[in-house]
Design a binder for this molecule. Structure first.
Ligand code: IPM
Ligand code: MG
Length: 398
């Protein structure tokens, strides 16, 4: 390896480090939490995305409009579509989030986002950064909150996945040193770990949860996971009434399938990539990634999304209208809870549970032999309007 190549790699690393130091220094100055109850109107943007996105986004929007009918009529809430986040537009503009789209997004207090295709090496598209990841970084949506609940099995987990650091933060800035050597970088900061841990403990405290568990691989990834764990326990000391413990990611992955132990976990805090992986596994127990919602929370704004991808194959095969909108409707429910309507969110969750897990009068299987997304959404809305909703849900849950 010639020394000029090594020098270029060092320069690359140096620049990246400077950018990250700037980012982390800014964390200390981040503003206070926005108070949604003072906004008039509260502006909700819908980002349809691509693939099956526009299909499930339309259904989720229908649910939101139904639930917020009163506020929409009185002008207390505004719901609008934000276009331009399709892979075609992103590719044509050569930008993960084109500038005009980002400017538009920033006009909204919260957004509900459909899946967006993420290109990878070898695709016909330019190898753009993931839209989700870019939005999380641009809007500093540092907490990815993912609940997984299976009431009949006593499972009630809430994952707090750190959303702006770790391997994800530097995913587009890896370095290829000649044909044979590739390096990626991982970053964890104390302020970054502090704020995600604090949010998890605050959530536990507010919601009567008694245990918060941190997941790392600090015995092997000593520096970054070591810092994460150390700061998690530092925050934990401020919440003496809540039990704090930690597990390694490998055994935690195993414990989630251990029927005797898994219901004991309550609130989990993880660095970005472990959180990405573990939440897909967890969602699978609940009925698949199609059933789980995800909240990307920052102090000044928040974005709610389905946890799955854009399923371009379903569109190619003409099956997009059979895509399951549950995950995005679940995200809509999280949005409702976040902006100050927890009771309506709870009712929507109950309707989704009844339709997707218990009664299952009609079911979606992604094909014309099952229900369409629209039919399923009508089914959910029928339950929302049903006065017997809560009693029925309680009966099912037992
Ligand atoms: C998720 C998704 C995203 C991620 C992808 C689509 C970039 O898997 O939200 O979990 O990796 O974070
Ligand atoms: Mg994921």
């Amino acid at each position: 390896m010639d020394s000029a190549a090594i020098k270029r790699a060092k320069d690359h690393f140096g620049k990246m480090l400077e950018d990250q130091v700037t980012r982390i220094e800014r964390l200390a100055e981040t503003p206070h939490w926005i108070d949604y109850s003072t906004l008039h109107p509260l502006r909700i943007g819908i980002l349809a995305g691509d693939g099956i996105g526009p299909f499930i986004a339309a259904e989720s929007k229908r649910v939101l409009e139904h639930v917020f009918e009163r506020e929409l009529n009185s002008g207390g809430i505004v719901i609008r579509d934000i276009g331009g986040l399709t892979i075609e537009n992103r590719a044509a503009r050569g930008k993960t989030i084109p500038d005009d789209v980002l400017a538009e997004i920033k006009k909204y207090h919260v957004t509900l986002k459909g899946p967006t295709y993420t290109p990878r090496k070898g695709d016909p598209w330019p190898n753009l950064e993931s839209c989700n990841v870019a939005m999380r970084k641009e809007l500093d949506l540092f907490a990815n909150v993912r609940p997984v609940r299976i009431p009949s099995q006593g499972i009630d987990w809430t994952f707090f996945r750190e959303n702006t650091e770790d391997l994800y933060a530097l995913g587009p800035y890896g370095y290829q040193l000649g044909p044979d050597i590739a390096i990626d970088f991982r970053i964890i900061s104390a302020p970054g770990t502090d704020r995600i841990s604090r949010l998890a403990f605050d959530y536990a405290k507010k919601n009567g949860r008694t245990r918060v568990t941190c997941v790392t691989k600090a015995n092997i990834i000593k520096t970054t996971d070591g810092l994460f764990l150390e700061n998690f326990y530092r925050v934990a000391r401020e919440y003496p009434e809540i039990q704090a413990d930690d597990w390694y990611i490998d055994i935690m992955t195993a414990k989630l399938v251990d029927q005797k132990r898994r219901a004991e976990f309550q609130v989990l805090v993880l660095p970005n990539l472990y959180g990405d992986i573990l939440t897909d596994e967890a969602a699978e127990f609940q009925g698949g990634v199609g059933t789980a919602g995800s909240a990307n929370i920052g102090k000044e704004s928040a974005m709610f999304e389905a946890i799955h991808g854009s399923a371009p194959r379903m569109v190619e095969e003409g099956r997009a209208q059979y895509a399951d909108p549950s995950s995005m409707i679940r995200a809509a429910s999280m949005l409702m809870g976040h902006v100050g309507y927890p009771d309506r969110a709870r009712r929507l969750d109950m309707a989704l549970d009844i339709c997707g897990q218990y009664e299952k009068k009609i079911a979606i299987n992604g094909r014309p032999t099952g229900a369409s997304g629209r039919e399923f959404t009508d089914y959910v809305m029928d339950w929302l309007n049903n006065p017997a909703l809560e009693d029925t849900w309680k009966r099912y849950v037992g």
